[in-house]
Design a binder for this molecule. Structure first.
Ligand code: UDP
Length: 388
């Protein structure tokens, strides 16, 4: 076992081993949890792959152990739910034996009869929704709920359903019934972790701090922040619709365009000639990766156009920022429905990326009375989250 980048374990408290899925949206909450548990006196070891490894120097109080043998090449894509399921299968296969040497996780923990806790980084409601999918499907509701219909398109979802069911049982839930869901949906005793620790130190990409100095120059609640997280990717025509929708809205925007997130492009090269000079330099700013929590907490940020990853959704609520929702896959769909239909703190772009609809949504959230009402409601929700 390669322990070359191992830091010395802290000699205090009960030992806990944490193994995050090596993706940004999982590493952030897992390291926040690690900090919380450490502050309660536990001795924490983070087991990680070399791929997307967290930076141990940001956490001198935690120990880090690297699992060897996980090689992530160009064949693995994590920008879709099928890609992520394949990636998890690959990790399960490659990590089983090395982890056994250190101790751990599901089948390893079962074999060694060790207690384990699964930290799901999605919302309770989306977890329960997915766990109930087989029932919903058998009742024939998928035709009516278009957001979820994509789940039945691939065989791999059968495997996913089985995983969810076994996890639900491990957590001690009764086999799920739809009528029981509401009683789970209202319970949120511990989170969100963002209240306790910022996710900045676990960022895998360099966060462009000029985002903050650019925001400093703008009036209160005037800027729309645009980011679709660490995994989602879009087609080139969609990118252009986003660009024109933002430009036509005439509202200031801070836009994260992650290199590689536009299929077939490096970065901004597909924007038409003169677009940057005419539309971006005047009222916009484009960065490759932003300090998201600081951006959302900035007084100039008045709206967040998001893919509704659960971290992004929570971070927006914690800072009282209304949302425009463009879910891409998985739990992002139910998250977006909660934001728009239940909490009424945002609006979903129902037709994907279409410049006219984008322009209308940006104006509604940033300028119109409807946006002010959404902002009041999300501030109210933030107040509830802030309560000890
Ligand atoms: N994030 C960031 N800078 C960015 C965009 C995102 O630091 O420019 C962080 C964000 O604060 C969040 C995480 O990356 O904690 C993304 O997680 P989320 O669950 O929202 O989406 P995922 O990337 O897993 O799809």
């Amino acid at each position: 076992m390669d322990t070359s980048d191992t830091t010395k374990p802290c000699n205090r408290g009960w030992p806990l081993v944490l193994l995050p899925l090596p993706l940004q949206g999982h590493i952030n909450p897992m390291l926040q949890l690690a900090n919380i548990l450490h502050s309660k006196g536990f001795s924490i070891t983070i087991l990680h792959t070399r791929f997307n490894a967290p930076n141990p120097t940001n956490y001198p109080h935690l120990s880090f152990l690297s699992i060897p043998g996980v090689v992530v090449d160009g064949n693995i894509s994590v920008s879709s739910i099928v890609g992520i399921l394949n990636f998890i299968e690959y990790l399960n296969d490659k990590c089983f034996n090395p982890i056994k040497e250190y101790v751990f996780v599901t089948s390893v923990a079962d074999e060694l009869k060790l207690p384990r806790i699964v930290h799901r980084t999605s919302s309770v409601s989306s977890f329960l929704l997915f766990a109930a999918f087989p029932v919903i499907r058998d009742m024939g509701y998928f035709r009516r709920y278009s957001d979820e219909a994509f789940f039945v398109l691939s065989q791999s979802y059968e495997h996913f359903f089985a995983e969810m069911k076994s996890e639900a049982l491990v957590k001690g839930f009764e086999p799920l019934k739809i009528k029981d869901l509401p009683k789970f949906l209202t319970s949120d005793p511990e989170g969100p972790f963002h209240k306790y620790f910022h996710a900045s130190s676990s960022s895998l990409l360099a966060q462009d701090q000029t985002s903050i100095s650019w925001l400093d120059k703008h009036p209160h609640n005037s800027v729309l922040y645009v980011s679709f997280g660490s995994l989602a990717s879009i087609e080139e025509p969609e990118f252009l619709e986003i660009a024109w929708g933002l430009a036509n809205s005439k509202q200031p925007f801070l836009w994260v365009v992650r290199p590689g997130s536009i299929k077939g492009s490096e970065w901004l090269e597909t924007l038409p000639d003169g677009f940057l000079e005419r539309n971006v330099e005047r009222r916009g700013y484009i960065v490759k990766w932003a300090p998201q929590q600081e951006v959302l907490a900035h007084p100039s940020t008045g709206g967040f156009w998001t893919h509704n990853g659960w971290n992004s959704t929570l971070e927006s609520i914690c800072e009282g920022v209304p949302m425009i929702c463009s879910p891409s896959f998985g739990d992002q769909f139910p998250n977006a429905r909660y934001v728009s239909d239940l909490w009424k703190i945002g609006t979903v772009l129902e037709n994907g990326f279409e410049r006219g609809e984008i322009e209308g949504a940006v104006k509604r959230v940033m300028v119109d009375k409807e946006g002010t009402e959404m902002r009041n409601r999300v501030m109210n929700l933030k107040g509830k989250v802030d309560k000890p």
